[in-house]
Design a protein around this ligand. Structure first.
Ligand code: FES
Ligand SMILES: [Fe+2]
Length: 347
């Protein structure tokens, strides 16, 4: 059994990461090749030629098809063979590469992992800030050599900012403010309200104002593996509350963790914001800063995964700060269990 939910959409790539040239990504232990056809739709196929399994990502594009670069089998975008290695040989259309359903939304290419008939775009997690009016969104991607759930734990527990990101967004008050954990079905929230704190450098710059502010952090986990973090500051006395805070500057960190294998994942990160939305330079500078912050997490989490593997006699312990990650993992486990129960009935 895998440690991720199936019959779900996972982010395979940023929209810009897939073009006409085939690219290979392993998603949930499935090696896949991705490319765009002339009408720009995204093809996803198992990255192994049906003949002798040379990766199709090494193949040559021909129109909307792909020709294996070993013996020349030509496969159409629907995965079905179009030409055999021997030119005069009758095409056997039972020869097919497995294909996967894709959908584009929020500037991401999503791929459905599970039963194809169940692939419904309405089931894509709601990452509303990525396309909301009055917001702008950009970000990047990292390959991280750790179980994707360690990244979820990390994002649902921002106390680590004080130590891991002391140079940028960390501040002592994060450790002083009480946290509140809410669970609504499979959505988990961790909310932290920090009234009257000194604006940390990033937020002072965003607000264009130094001094005391109200600061908030609201982490929201959704199945199968997204975390959105509503963060920002508002000038004191502006009436901002933990429930409603469009007064100062507000950003929503977007994170999606796509398992690659049990112990590696593709980390898609970004920030949607509702201030200076037309300033492309700010977006680019901010993306770079954010990339540096998340590189600090990548370092810590890869070291953590190595230590987990090197100490099989130990187990992860959860303290009060970890309740968000614990609840998120419970939601994942419930979904995995529910799924295997359904599969058990089907057998
Ligand atoms: S391995 Fe692809 S045609 Fe032979
Ligand atoms: Fe972090």
């Amino acid at each position: 059994m895998t440690n991720w939910v199936e019959n779900a959409w996972y982010v395979a790539s940023w929209d810009a990461g897939i073009d006409t040239v085939p690219v290979a990504h392993t998603i949930c232990n499935i090696p896949m090749v991705f490319y765009r056809t002339l009408d720009r739709s995204v093809v996803a196929m198992r990255d192994a030629c049906p003949h002798r399994m040379l990766p199709l990502s090494k193949g040559i594009r021909e129109g909307d098809s792909i020709r294996c670069s070993y013996h020349g089998l030509k496969i159409g975008p629907d995965g079905v063979a179009q030409e055999m290695p021997l030119k005069n040989e009758r095409v056997n259309t039972r020869i097919c590469a497995e294909t996967f359903v894709t959908h584009e939304r929020y500037r991401f290419v999503w791929v459905w992992i599970g039963d194809k008939e169940k692939a419904d775009p309405a089931l894509i997690p709601d990452l509303w800030p990525c396309e909301a009016e009055g917001w702008t969104f950009d970000g990047g991607r990292y390959h991280v050599a750790c179980d994707y759930r360690l990244m979820i734990d990390n994002l649902m527990d921002l106390t680590h900012e004080t130590y891991v990101h002391s140079g940028s967004i960390g501040q002592e008050e994060i450790l002083e403010a009480p946290i509140e954990c809410l669970v609504e079905d499979d959505t988990v929230y961790i909310r932290r309200w920090m009234p009257g704190v000194e604006a940390p450098p990033f937020w002072a710059a965003a607000l264009k104002q130094r001094g005391t502010v109200d600061r908030w952090q609201i982490c929201q986990f959704n199945l199968p593996a997204s975390v959105m973090i509503d963060v920002g500051v508002a000038p004191l006395g502006s009436g901002a509350t933990i429930d409603k805070h469009d007064q100062g500057v507000r950003g929503i960190v977007i994170d999606f963790m796509t398992p690659e294998t049990e112990e590696t994942h593709h980390y898609f990160w970004g920030m949607a914001r509702n201030f200076e939305t037309h300033d492309a330079g700010f977006t680019a500078r901010f993306k770079q800063q954010q990339g540096q912050v998340f590189a600090e997490d990548k370092d810590v989490l890869e070291a953590q995964q190595k230590a987990i593997n090197a100490n099989p006699g130990m187990r992860l312990n959860a303290y009060s700060i970890d309740q968000g990650g614990v609840r998120a993992r419970q939601a994942i486990n419930r979904a995995i269990k529910a799924q295997s129960a359904v599969e058990g009935q089907a057998v």
